[in-house]
Structures are given as structure tokens and as C-alpha cells.
Design a protein around this ligand. Structure first.
Ligand code: C2E
Ligand code: MG
Ligand code: MG
Length: 643
């Protein structure tokens, strides 16, 4: 029994004790031992199972702990990596933000409906208004939005296809009322699932560049002063007019308008006044003409008008007259009234030519004729005119050449002191021997030189030639008196005169007092005090001045008084009529005026002894004229000097 009890499972032993049985004492019962053994074995087996269970549980939890630890490690690692990344991201965002804020560009975002959902500060700076006024809208809804049709199409196309777009420029009204120009580039944005959520991109302020390029386009096609189409656009329009007329067998007139005396306005009242005259002229031409007519400014004081449709010469002449009248209306400028006139030349398509270029030349030539025949009138192109113009052009070329190849020469006319009969001066008069045409009167080619911008060059040639001649005479032992040289108005306006004078004196070793400059009354009036300083500088060189052709102009006393002149030359139109009563009183008055202003009185164009006698009686100081000596070439004149 003890054997069985020893082997009993402890749990069974406790149960037996609770039943009052001694686990040590084996009751004498059949099968007890087997029973105890079986129960003990079963308990043992259960123990075994539980052990296994616990064992596996503890193993599992150990494993979980390790796993947990690994996970935690992994998480820490991840977190630190996230922190690193976040920091890097923050830095890069900061960098981007500071770049964005520094640049004039900005970042924008639109939601999937096209409403602005984000804008960086640059947008507010460009638009000169708070971001709040821009956000939550479509760009097209912003005040002053304007965009060309092509850009809008490109944008709509890109948006619909979820495509990127680049450099689409549009205008907006900015906070201060001005227009700003913005260039936008953008690309679509999709969320993680690939769903379209809007657009994002950059905006750039392109106002300055846009304005500059517009200005360039304007400048290329329009005259900025008057707002009229310019020469380039006129030429295109003329070509179109020719093409139209050719197709429809139509006609049109081309008017070439040039203002008369525009230069005087500039010289007298300043360039701002000249600008005002041009603007007013443009406005009046536009007012006078019909919608279908085309007006352009070619430059300077030149305008052109195309008059399309059925046009008769009479109708064109009327249109021309109307334009002249419109131009001639006084123009208010500051506290003054400016008046200007114009000369108009007209050529007709197809009568005069079917070539655009020829028509322009013909209208120009006709305008030139209008000027020559007294200005402020309309002239039509004609065949003879063509020949005249061709002649003018040829003359101009020949004159240009004469500076280098020769043909120009000075003649000299003596000025005589009436009291003594001594030669008190000599006037240099330019001569031009044209290679084919022979001698050309100075009145003709001096005018040509003035009109074609050659006068400064011609004047320089005369100065130099006169000084050279004086030097030669002196070197030959002669004592030529002071030499008078004629000046044109244009020479006073240019800066070259003083330098040219200095060079000529220096080159030929002369003192200023060897020269007298003759200014006609017209020249004095035109310079209107603007050359006073120049004349004083010349005077300071010792150069003398004379007032030429006195009595033909409109110089005022104050003007004459201001002029540092030493002589006053009474025009030969009065001298020639002496001793007529009115000529007498004018001459007497002129002599008194000269003396009153401390100048010598000089009579021009003395041809008769009677004239000479009268001049002596009137107290005139000097005289010049065919009676006393004709203008002569230098060599012939030298004979005079020897006597
Ligand atoms: P001007 O300065 O009044 O010159 C006097 C003109 O009267 C000269 O004409 C001269 O030949 C002419 N003459 C002289 N005595 C008599 C006379 O007794 N009777 C008549 N009927 N005429 C007389 P010219 O040489 O034909 O010159 C005409 C004008 O051309 C000059 O008038 C002057 O204004 C201009 N001119 C001449 N040479 C030059 C020059 O070198 N430069 C410039 N800018 N103008 C010049
Ligand atoms: Mg003269
Ligand atoms: Mg004269």
C-alpha cells in the first residue's frame, strides 16, 4: 500500500486527506492501487500539458519582448529620421520662402475649380494690394484683367488637358490705378491617389519689360510726339493703297505737307513750342480729314496724307486748301499765339505714277515747288516739275563735289570811304562756276546749300578761302583792308561757326580784326537773341560785325542795339532809288540810326554819280557799288590794292 501511496500525485494526496483518508494507508480495497495510479498518472499528464503550455507561453512572451524591443528601436530610429527630415524640410522651406520674398516672383496655387487658394507675398507687391483682395478669386475676375485671345486659348487648353503652361502674360489694374503685367507659369497638382487638385506655379512681374516692348512697337510704327503713324507705317499703307487701287481700278491722291517757317518757331520760341505746333498740326489734319483718309508724320515738319476714292484734281485742291486753312489757325502756346503755314504738293495715282516710290518723290517735288513759288499753297506734280527737281538734285550733288574738286571761288568788292576816297573795306562774295552750266548766281546756290544742309560747310569754305586770300595778299606785301564775309542764318544756329572762325584765323595767322561778319536783317530777326552769346564771343576775338541789307527786314531797335555791330549797310533797293523822296528819307533815317548806335553807315549798290553825291550830302560814311568797283577775282582785285 505504501508503495502506491508514495506514487500518488500530490494533488491526489491532498484530495485524499480532505476526504479523511490517509494517503499513506492503503485501504484494502480491490483496485485501489490501480485507481490511485491511474488518477496520479492522469494528473501527471495534465501537469505535463500545463507545463508545456506555460513553457510555450513564456517562450512566446520572451519572443514578443524581443520583438517589441526591436520595434521600439525601429520606431526611435524612424522618429529621429523624421525629425531630421522635418528639419531639412523646414530649412529648405525657409530658404525657398526667403528666396521667394527676395525675388519679385511669387508662388501661387489654385484649387481644382481654378480659384486662387494661395499666393506668396510677391503677388501683393506687384499688384500693390493686399493678398486678401486676390485670394479666393479666379484671375480673370481680378480688376483690370486683360489678356490677348491667344494666351487665353493657351491657358484654357492647358487647364482642360491638365497640362503645364508657361509664360502667359496678362494685365491687371494695380492698387494705385496703374496697369501691371504679370507672367504666369504653372503645372497641375495631383494628390497621392492621382486625383487632380488644382494648379501650382510661379508668377513674375513683367510690367517694365512689357511696357518697354510696347513702347518699342509703338516707336516702330507711330510717331510718339503726335501719335500719328510714322514713315514705316505710311510706306506700308501706301503699298496697300496702290494694291487696292490697282485691283479696283481706283484712284487716290498723295499729299505731301511741309510747314513753312517751322524752323523759325523753334529758333524763336524754343523746341517745346515747335513740338506744340507739330501736335496741333497733326490734330488739325485729323480733324479736317475723313475717316478713310490716312495721315502720317514722316519726321521733322513733314506730313503725308492719303486721300483714297474717286478724286479729281479740283477736289484734291480743295482738300489741300482746307488743310492749309486748318494749319494756319493760331496755336495757343503758353501766353502766346503761334502761327504757322504749310506748303502742299500733290501727286495722283494712277495719273502721275503707279509706283508708290515715284508718287512720294512726285508729291515731294510738288511741295518743293509750292515752297519756291511763295509757300502757303498747293501745287500738283507735273512733268516740268520733274525736270526741275532732277536739276535741283543734280545741282546739290555738284555743289557737294565742288568743295573737294573745285569750282568755288571768292570775288572781292571794295568799300570806299566817301570822305577820303580810300578803300575802307572789301566784301568777299562767293562764286560758283558749274562744270556744265557755267556761273550760278549766289542767291541760287546759297539757298540750295541752306535747304540741303550744306550751308555750314559752304560757310566754312568761304571763311577759310577769305583768310587764305588775305594772308596771300599780305605775304605779297599788300595791305588789304578788313574783309567782310556774309553769314547765313543757319550758320548762327550751328555751333561750328566759332570754331571755324578760330581755325581759319589761326591757320592763316590772322587777327580777328581782319574780318567783318555781315548779318542780314533777316538773319538777325531769325536768331532772336539766341546767338547773342556767340556773337559776343566772336566780337571778343576782335571780329567786326555789320548789319547787311538794312531796310529790307523787320529788326527792332532793341535788337539792333543789342548787336555788337560796327557797320550798318543800307540796302541797295533804297540807294538805287536815290534821290527819290521816300528813298531819301529812309536812307537819311538809316544813317542817323547807324550814327546813333555808334556804327558806320555804308551804302550798298551805288551805281551813279548822283547817288554818290546824295550819299555824301546825307553824311554816309562808306559806299559800295559798281560805280566804285565791281566784285573781282582775287588777282584782279590785287591791282586795286596796289593803287
Ligand atoms: P550782299 O551781301 O548784299 O552782297 C552784295 C550783292 O550786291 C552782291 O551780289 C554784289 O555783286 C551786288 N552788288 C554790288 N554792287 C552792286 C551794284 O552797284 N548794283 C547792283 N545791282 N548790285 C551790286 P552777289 O554777289 O550776287 O550776292 C548776292 C547775295 O548773295 C549777297 O548779297 C549775299 O547775301 C549772298 N552771298 C554772297 N556771297 C555769300 C557768301 O559767301 N555767304 C553767304 N552766306 N551769302 C553770300
Ligand atoms: Mg553782304
Ligand atoms: Mg547787302
Amino acid at each position: 500500500m505504501s508503495e502506491g501511496a508514495e506514487a500518488a500525485h500530490p494533488l491526489l494526496r491532498r484530495q485524499l486527506r480532505r476526504l479523511g483518508l490517509d494517503p499513506q494507508a492503503v485501504p484494502d480495497l480491490p483496485g485501489w492501487k490501480a485507481f490511485v495510479d491511474r488518477v496520479s498518472r492522469a494528473y501527471g499528464e495534465a501537469d505535463q500539458d500545463r507545463y508545456l503550455m506555460e513553457r510555450s507561453q513564456s517562450l512566446a512572451s520572451e519572443e514578443m519582448a524581443t520583438l517589441n524591443q526591436a520595434l521600439r528601436h525601429e520606431r526611435d530610429l524612424l522618429e529621429s529620421r523624421i525629425a531630421e527630415r522635418t528639419e531639412a524640410l523646414r530649412k529648405s522651406e525657409d530658404r525657398l520662402a526667403s528666396l521667394v520674398s527676395l525675388s519679385s516672383d511669387w508662388v501661387w496655387e489654385k484649387d481644382e475649380r481654378g480659384y486662387l487658394s494661395y499666393l506668396s507675398e510677391g503677388a501683393a507687391i506687384t499688384a500693390k494690394k493686399p493678398l486678401g483682395e486676390l485670394l479666393g478669386r479666379r484671375v480673370q475676375q481680378i480688376d483690370g484683367f486683360e489678356c490677348d485671345e491667344r494666351s487665353i486659348q493657351a491657358y484654357v487648353h492647358a487647364w482642360a488637358g491638365r497640362q503645364p503652361f508657361r509664360d502667359l502674360v496678362h494685365a491687371l489694374r494695380s492698387g494705385d490705378g496703374s496697369t501691371c503685367y504679370v507672367s504666369l507659369s504653372g503645372e497641375p497638382v495631383f494628390d497621392a491617389k492621382g486625383v487632380f487638385v488644382g494648379y501650382r506655379g510661379v508668377g513674375t512681374d513683367v510690367t517694365a519689360a512689357t511696357l518697354a516692348s510696347r513702347q518699342l512697337t509703338l516707336m516702330a510704327r507711330f510717331d510718339l510726339l503726335t501719335g500719328l503713324p510714322n514713315r514705316a507705317q505710311f510706306i506700308e499703307e501706301l503699298d496697300r493703297a496702290v494694291a487696292r487701287a490697282r485691283r479696283a481700278e481706283g484712284q487716290f491722291g498723295l499729299c505731301f505737307i511741309d510747314l513753312d517757317g517751322f524752323k523759325q518757331v523753334n529758333d524763336l520760341h524754343g523746341h517745346a513750342a515747335g513740338d506744340e505746333v507739330l501736335r496741333a498740326t497733326a490734330a488739325r489734319l485729323l480733324e479736317e480729314l475723313r475717316q478713310s483718309d490716312f495721315v502720317a508724320r514722316l519726321g521733322g515738319d513733314e506730313f503725308v496724307v492719303l486721300l483714297p476714292g474717286k478724286v479729281t484734281p479740283a477736289g484734291l485742291a480743295r482738300a489741300g486748301e482746307k488743310m492749309l486753312q486748318a494749319i494756319a489757325q493760331p496755336i495757343a502756346y503758353q501766353d502766346r499765339q503761334l502761327t504757322i503755314q504749310g506748303s502742299i504738293g500733290i501727286a495722283l495715282y494712277p495719273e502721275d505714277s503707279t509706283e508708290a516710290r515715284h508718287l512720294v518723290e512726285q508729291a515731294d517735288a510738288a511741295m518743293y515747288l509750292a515752297k519756291q513759288e511763295g509757300k502757303n499753297q498747293v501745287r500738283f506734280y507735273t512733268g516740268t516739275l520733274a525736270r526741275n527737281v532732277a536739276r535741283q538734285f543734280a545741282m546739290e550733288l555738284d555743289l557737294r563735289q565742288s568743295f573737294s574738286v573745285g569750282g568755288l571761288e571768292l570775288h572781292f568788292q571794295p568799300r570806299i570811304e566817301l570822305a577820303t576816297g580810300r578803300m575802307s573795306g572789301v566784301e568777299a562774295l562767293v562764286r560758283w562756276e558749274h562744270p556744265q552750266r557755267g556761273p550760278v548766281p549766289p542767291a541760287e546756290f546759297v539757298l540750295l546749300a541752306e535747304e540741303r544742309g550744306l550751308i555750314v560747310q559752304l560757310g566754312r569754305w568761304v571763311l577759310d578761302a577769305a583768310c587764305r586770300q588775305i594772308r596771300r595778299w599780305r605775304d605779297a606785301g599788300l595791305r588789304p583792308p578788313r574783309c567782310a564775309i556774309n553769314l547765313s542764318a543757319h550758320q548762327l544756329v550751328s555751333d561750328a561757326l566759332f570754331d571755324d572762325m578760330c581755325h581759319a584765323l589761326e591757320r592763316h595767322g590772322l587777327e580777328g580784326a581782319a574780318i567783318e561778319l555781315e548779318l542780314t536783317e533777316a538773319v538777325i530777326t531769325a536768331q532772336h537773341g539766341r546767338a547773342d552769346a556767340l556773337l559776343l564771343r566772336l566780337r571778343a576775338l576782335g571780329v567786326h560785325m555789320a548789319i547787311d541789307d538794312f531796310g529790307t527786314g523787320t529788326s527792332s531797335l532793341s535788337m539792333l542795339h543789342r548787336l555788337p555791330a560796327q557797320a550798318l549797310k543800307v540796302d541797295r533797293s533804297f540807294v538805287g532809288r536815290l534821290p527819290d523822296d521816300d528813298a531819301m528819307s529812309v536812307t537819311r533815317g538809316a544813317i542817323a540810326l547807324a550814327h546813333g548806335l555808334g556804327m558806320r553807315a555804308v551804302a550798298e549798290g551805288v551805281e551813279s554819280a548822283a547817288q554818290l553825291q546824295t550819299l555824301k550830302e546825307l553824311g554816309c560814311d562808306d559806299a559800295q557799288g559798281f560805280l566804285l568797283g565791281r566784285p573781282l577775282p582775287a588777282d584782279a582785285f590785287a591791282a586795286h590794292l596796289r593803287n
